[in-house]
Write a protein of this length. Sequence first.
Length: 324
Amino acid sequence: MLAKKTLKSATLGLGLALVSVAMGANADEASDYPSKPIQFLVAAGAGGGTDNFARVVRPMFEEAVGGARITVVNLPSASGALAHQRTANGDPDGHTLDFASTTLVTSLAAGQNPIGLDQLTPIARMQSDVMALFVNPERYPDVESFLEYARENPGKVTVGGTHTASPDHVAFLSLRDASGLDINFIPYDSTGNATANVLGGNIDATTTSLSPLLSYIEAGQMAPILIFSEERLDHYPDVPTTVEHGWDLTDGNDRAIFVHADTPEPILQRLEGAFKEVYDSEEYQTYAERVNLTYREGWMGSEAYRQRLENNYALYSRLLQNGE
């Protein structure tokens, strides 16, 4: 009996020792991070909000982790699913970072994304961009002229955005359902292409977030005519909101960073801490203010954002199913 107890104690001691060694190894990995070049995989095309986010953050993140060689790779195919696949199928060592928008969960809700929330872990959310309906102001000077034309020409008004089942598409579906308008959505592979088609007169409008179109707004080429918000924004005091029209449509477009789900906890914590350092920096906050990203709190840590994603998955699943 004593021998059995001794054997059991020895086995338990060995198990605890192995756990201790593993935890120590993970801690060492975190302290040594980064140990090789890092890839920022952008699940969107060049020139959009997620691409701009990754490229602005890159030098700040390099500094926060004490120097690193970082490559930014755009993978917009299949609503960014290729970026998610590469992240989920890569090494779980924190050197492949997936920069994604709300498209990650909307495409998952639509059955277009084979990578589930159990295969990726959010490091953090850093942006919650406000959505808006944009037009060429020479064609539609305000939202009333757009709504009037849409009501008088059912089925003829087209609204573009990035991909089917993207935040742009979900915003369109929300607007169509709430307003009762007979309007159609045309998907493009990037915000730039959707914008170009508005400017070229091929489509009537685009639903997208504010930050990617600031240069067009400042040049007078594009104008937001309806903001998806409860209250009017300081930078656009003359632009009405969805809530003013009686439409409770205020969801925005999140931008966040993900890693392989099996990334060791110490490395995940190091990454979350590094991005929080970036977020709190004067340089990042100046950028966020410049591109109107301070209307809503952007930061959300790993666990809190995971919960938000799970809740939004259920919401978007219902919305997309009803929009078919």
